[in-house]
Design a protein around this ligand. Structure first.
Ligand code: PLP
Length: 452
């Protein structure tokens, strides 16, 4: 086996990393993760690291579940690949579709399979436009999204997303996608109460619909809780007002459940947490707990009735749509979530404990707010607690804190100066205590460093 220096040298030479400063990486060397078990990663130097992010918000059932490896092995021998194009199908895709209809809200009775969350969001873009075409309203094309949203890295995914640094690479967004304010009270709420601000953020949707004309707007896309944008937990007034606006102007709701789905909020889907009835629901990540790449779009009856009956043909699909091995693994992942009552345990025990401990961090002198729902949390690093001001607008403090975390055996993510967690759903109370202790140590180290 190669040692860390050899691995890093090879990595530097040939590996072009996503979302990384490849030049800086070339000098520093990547951190090489070699194995994982439960909620812990191990790197190539043998360090044990608590994964507070479940990979990229995806390893919901934790690492090292042999059942998933066994299912993949068996399926590879039985039927390693076949497609679902041209009126063909296979048992794993059929079984997974049935299971997804069982675990998702009642009005979602069809699934279109994809290979990832990004592909799922490309798919919804085409589905909503096709829907309105078939309804005789081809002018309804524009999709309203939110600033700072993340909906993937394909051209449509990055366009639906509202991240300026992503738009800068590749001349995005593509036409027909516009962005409105996110319901980020801590950063943008000013003197308003969270409830007042929630209504203002919802009103930004109505203002945009009126500006464009309701006959031009196809859909609104949003995560129930915005994840990569900084775990933006919307004020309680936000979703009820948004739902009312969408109903008033007959605009479809796309609830991107790529992060919120499969137990993250303590409900099976974030849409259930906020009582949403999405017309389309992109899923990925927790669908297979990240063990194999697979995604999908759950299609509500209103859209399915039109696309499947009136439309018939849908000229769209991926080689790996419903990939048999990925589908079999996803099905086994859902079996584990169900048989071990993982989502129910999150709601009754794990999430209340995690949130109680996480919110204690608000007492730290560096922390302006600690918030969270279910198994996601964010803390805001500030120079001045009362005024909610930052040290700078470059996210330097967040990066510093994230690096301290890495060195001290904890993965936390930094979005600017917002620190984020999204651990595996199976984390136990002792591991939550360890996560909090390590977070406090790293906040102390960061506080010392920025005070100098
Ligand atoms: N949508 C959301 C809300 C996400 O968080 C992500 C990925 O982080 C995506 C879509 C894209 O998923 P993928 O990386 O599987 O393409």
């Amino acid at each position: 086996p190669l040692d860390t220096a050899q691995l890093q040298a090879l990595d530097r030479k040939h590996h072009f990393h996503p979302f990384s400063d490849n030049k800086a990486l070339g000098q520093e060397g990547a951190r090489v993760i070699t194995r994982a078990e439960g909620v812990y990663l191990e790197d190539s130097d043998g360090n044990r690291i608590l994964d507070g992010m479940a990979g990229l918000w995806c390893v919901n059932i934790g690492y090292g579940r042999k059942e998933l490896a066994d299912v993949a092995y068996r399926q590879m021998q039985e039927l390693p690949y076949y497609n679902s194009f041209f009126k063909t199908s296979h048992p794993p895709a059929i079984a997974l579709a049935e299971k997804l209809v069982e675990v998702t809200p009642a009005h979602l009775n069809h699934v279109f399979f994809t290979g990832s969350g990004s592909e799922s969001n490309d798919t919804v873009l085409r589905m909503v436009r096709r829907y309105w075409d078939l309804q005789g309203k081809p002018g309804k094309k524009t999709i309203i999204s939110r600033q700072n949203a993340y909906h993937g890295s394909t051209v449509a995914g990055a366009s639906l997303g509202g991240m300026k640094p992503m738009h800068a690479h590749g001349d995005l967004p593509i036409p027909g996608i516009v962005h409105i304010q996110q319901p980020y009270w801590f950063g943008e709420g000013g003197d308003q109460s969270p409830e007042e601000f929630g209504l203002q953020a919802a009103k930004a949707l109505e203002d945009k619909i009126l500006e464009l004309g309701e006959d031009k707007v196809a859909a609104f896309i949003a995560e129930p809780i915005q994840g990569a944008g900084g775990v933006i937990v919307p004020p309680s007034t936000y979703w009820p007002a948004v739902k009312e606006i969408l109903a008033r102007y007959d605009i479809l709701l796309i609830a991107d459940e790529v992060i919120c789905g499969f137990g993250r909020t303590g409900e099976w889907f974030g849409s259930q947490y906020y009582d949403l009835k999405p017309d389309l629901m992109p899923i990925a990540k927790g669908l297979s707990s990240g063990y194999l790449p697979i995604g999908g779009v759950m299609v509500g009856d209103r859209v399915a009735d039109v696309l499947l009956e009136k439309g018939g043909d849908f000229n769209h699909g991926y080689t790996y749509s419903g990939h048999p091995v990925a589908a079999a693994v996803a099905l086994e992942n859902i079996r584990i979530l169900q048989d071990e009552n993982i989502v129910e345990t999150v709601k009754a025990e794990t999430a209340p404990y995690l949130q109680k401990r996480w919110k204690e961090l608000a007492d730290h002198p560096l922390v302006g707010e600690a918030r969270g729902v279910g198994m996601v949390g964010a803390i805001e690093l500030v120079a001045d607690k009362a005024a909610r001001t930052r040290f700078d607008d470059q996210g330097t403090t967040g990066t510093l804190c994230r690096d301290f975390c890495f060195k001290n055996g904890l993965v936390m993510r930094a979005v600017g100066d917002t620190m984020i967690i999204s651990p595996p759903l199976v984390i136990n109370h002792a591991e939550i205590d360890e996560l909090i202790e390590k977070a406090v140590r790293c906040l102390d180290l960061t506080f010392e460093a920025v005070r100098k």
